[in-house]
Design a protein around this ligand. Structure first.
Ligand code: SME
Length: 155
């Protein structure tokens, strides 16, 4: 199966899942597992949600992979916080070169963070870590944006 076919299969599953249930935790958890188990190079997949109270912090939501100490991330801090601040995808080929980076595991080599919007408002992010350097491309960004669009109504 080529990457386009793989992406399209995953998108179909996620769309069906997000239409079948309004249980946010259940759907987001299932998305994490689906991506981690099917996308090559995905070693940690998780959602960070914008804190409703402060609107200036991200709070860890459902994830698949090893537990992380980064439960709350202020806007501007780390890759996730920077992506929230500028409301844009960050693709990091080599995390060891980053000065504003929050490490979850010494094994992680590259990362992608995709913001999630609902009616133009930033509501969360999809964060994926890889043990392989340079694991993520613009094609992955486009694919992950589609996934974020399919689940944003639940956030
Ligand atoms: N590396 C992220 C922190 C979250 S962990 O990857 C789970 C960052 O720098 O914001």
């Amino acid at each position: 199966m080529d990457k386009k076919e793989l992406f399209s299969n995953i998108i179909d599953k996620i769309k069906a899942l997000s239409e079948s249930s309004h249980d946010r935790g259940f759907v987001l958890q299932a998305v994490c597992r689906l991506l981690k188990n099917n996308l090559p190079g995905c070693d940690w997949v998780g959602f960070y949600l914008v804190d409703d109270a402060t609107k200036r912090e991200l709070v860890l939501g459902p994830y698949a992979g090893e537990p992380t100490e980064h439960i709350r991330i202020p806007f501007g801090k780390g890759i996730c916080g920077q992506a929230a601040e500028v409301r844009q995808t960050f693709i990091i080929d080599d995390v060891s070169k980053e000065t504003n980076y929050l490490s979850c595991s010494a094994k992680v080599r590259s990362e992608i963070v995709v913001p999630i919007f609902k009616a133009g408002r930033l509501v969360g992010e999809l964060d994926i870590d890889s043990h392989t350097p340079g694991a993520f491309t613009d094609e992955d960004d486009r694919f992950l944006k589609e996934i974020c669009g399919a689940v944003s109504h639940l956030l």
